[in-house]
Design a binder for this molecule. Structure first.
Ligand SMILES: NC(=O)c1ccc[n+]([C@@H]2O[C@H](COP(=O)([O-])OP(=O)(O)OC[C@H]3O[C@@H](n4cnc5c(N)ncnc54)[C@H](OP(=O)(O)O)[C@@H]3O)[C@@H](O)[C@H]2O)c1
Length: 253
């Protein structure tokens, strides 16, 4: 439930071990968040995270199993979370895989795994989640998209296309929820130093999970609908979107 000042008290994180999500939780708990549900593929591996969040001031931290590919379980998963903790003020959608593009270009199983985790899983859990938030009449969905979805690159188009689908889904969902009390905020980071990008050459304007978390908290306070991290990415991607394809192919992006 939100407190009397409208602060975020209860947070559900899908992708409970995401470094961006954990950086965001640290900041939210420093404000008013007291109840956290971490939903992850391996909830038992989150013991030290649970301890840390409790030490920071969360009074209730629960872990539940969530696998984005297990689409048949998603409606029951959402019901179970709401039965456990009641109203959800903020759902942070932070799971995802970058995948191995070279492998995915050769094997459809690798390509469909990326699409299933990042896009199909989002549609599958996004629908019952939005339905429950609509019923409670308030709540915010923060959806971690990516600049990669703004214009797919030849070197990363399988991940990029999955994020484009994810992004479009949450844009449309946000529009469909206008007037219900529920909102969607889409987050489009560039390259972030996390375990997802470990070992990769950092892209220009690379940033940190803490910077993304700061931007998310600021976006929540401002009631933003879309945020870019760093914010200059808005202008970079707006330019790149219109670069002629023949030239775009030659850019080192
Ligand atoms: N890092 C970047 O450069 C960057 C840039 C733009 C957008 N993003 C997006 O930001 C979000 C968070 O990424 P991050 O950088 O924080 O990476 P991260 O630390 O690797 O977190 C991603 C999480 O997704 C979880 N996950 C993977 N497959 C899953 C599945 N089938 N079901 C449920 N959970 C699954 C992973 O769980 P396990 O711990 O079980 O592996 C991991 O905890 C992702 O959506 C990512 O696409 C990241």
């Amino acid at each position: 439930m939100q407190d009397a000042l409208g602060g975020v008290q209860t947070v559900l994180v899908l992708g409970g071990a995401s470094e961006i999500a954990l950086a965001t939780l640290r900041k939210l708990i420093a404000q008013r968040t007291r109840t956290v549900v971490l939903a992850a593929r391996a909830p038992d591996a989150l013991v030290s995270v649970v301890d840390e969040l409790r030490q920071l001031g969360a009074t209730r931290v629960e872990t539940v199993r969530f696998d984005a590919t297990d689409t048949a379980s998603h409606e029951a998963f959402v019901d179970d979370v709401v039965d456990r903790v009641g109203d959800i003020d903020l759902a942070l959608l932070a799971w995802g895989v970058l995948g191995d593009q070279a492998e995915a270009e050769r094997h459809s199983a690798a390509a469909t795994e990326i699409a299933t985790v990042n896009y199909l899983g989002a549609v599958s859990v996004g629908v019952p989640l939005a339905a429950r938030l609509r019923e409670q009449g308030h709540g915010l969905i923060v959806a971690l998209s990516s600049v990669a979805g703004e214009r797919a690159r030849g070197s990363n188009f399988i991940y990029g296309s999955s994020k484009a689908g994810f992004d479009a889904f949450f844009q449309g969902l946000g529009d469909s929820l206008v007037g219900t009390g529920v909102r969607v905020m889409i987050v489009r980071p560039g390259f972030v130093h996390t375990k997802m990008t470990e070992g990769l050459e950092p892209a220009p304007l690379a940033t940190t999970p803490e910077a993304v978390a700061d931007a998310i908290v600021r976006g929540i306070e401002r009631g933003s609908e879309v945020i870019w991290v760093p914010s200059v990415m808005r202008f970079v991607m707006s330019g790149l979107r219109h670069v002629p394809r023949a030239l775009f192919r030659k850019l080192p992006v």
